[in-house]
Design a protein. Structure first.
Length: 271
């Protein structure tokens, strides 16, 4: 068994993780970092935490795998239903109105921190159901976890994971097989799964709807602000940002405006 991190080791690792991803580890979640690092050391058959640290400095692929291992991926279909109610009843109609004026028929969506894909597939189902012709949706789903992205890309979920999907959607968009459900091709084609570290510019532009929920909580204030500013740059002139219900931009110097709908609170870019 690998020994616990010394305070010096802990500081060294958390600085590396912060510098590379913006994710913050404090003394309260130190045990999570230690247990995930132990797993990586066991897998790599490295005995010393100092040797593993040296490996991370020279091996970018292993660095990606380590960052993957220290992130928590908790998600489900239709998680926090009021957000999707706001999307259906307010955001989609407003977005279509704006796009009609511009003669643009493509709705561009980004699910940032998409984990194993339940959120982008939920968005795809709603948009497929609600967008009238000739409008179409294009969804980018990104995450720092390669393992999670592979699950999303496969589009297969065991029966225990499909709770929350309305029966009509389940029948229309999924095929039951092998003790689970496979997302049908026409829905899968709407989504592009892509590795992305939110510490960097995504290169995306003209995003109309951006979901980044329960991700900012892992960042400190400076990293949060940097991420939010990059979101602003990625979004179209009239667009909408959803963050987690326990997250807020309150007190942050940002150009986003707070928006309260009958269903949920979110933020908008209006420029």
């Amino acid at each position: 068994m690998v020994s616990f991190l010394s305070d010096a080791d802990f500081d060294q690792y958390r600085k590396l993780i912060y510098d590379e991803s913006g994710i913050t580890f404090s003394s309260t979640n130190r045990s999570i970092l230690e247990s995930r690092l132990r797993e990586r050391l066991r897998e790599k058959q490295i005995l010393k935490v100092s040797d593993y640290y040296e490996t991370l400095l020279r091996d970018k692929e292993e660095l990606k795998l380590m960052l993957d291992s220290v992130t928590t991926n908790l998600t489900r279909f239709f998680r926090n239903q009021p957000h999707f109610d706001a999307l259906e009843n307010y955001i989609i109609p407003e977005t279509l109105k704006h796009k009609k004026d511009k003669g643009d028929t493509k709705v561009r969506v980004w699910s940032a921190g998409c984990s194993t894909g339940e959120e982008p597939y939920t968005l795809a189902m709603i948009l497929k159901d609600r967008l009238p012709a000739p409008f179409t949706a294009e969804i980018v789903a990104s995450d720092i976890s390669l393992k999670s992205l592979m699950v999303g890309k496969s589009g297969f979920y065991p029966e225990s994971r499909i709770t929350g999907i309305p029966d009509p959607y389940l029948a229309r968009f999924f095929e039951h097989k092998n003790n689970g459900y496979q997302v049908k091709d026409d829905l899968m084609k709407m989504i592009r799964f892509d590795y992305h570290n939110l510490k960097n510019d995504s290169g995306l532009r003209n995003i109309d709807i951006l979901f980044c929920r329960n991700v900012l909580i892992y960042f400190d204030e400076a990293a949060q602000k940097a991420v939010i500013d990059r979101f602003w740059d990625a979004m179209s002139s009239k667009s909408y940002l959803f963050i987690g219900h326990s997250e807020s931009l309150f007190g942050m110097k940002t150009k986003f405006e707070f928006l309260k709908t009958d269903w949920a609170c979110l933020y908008q870019k209006n420029s």
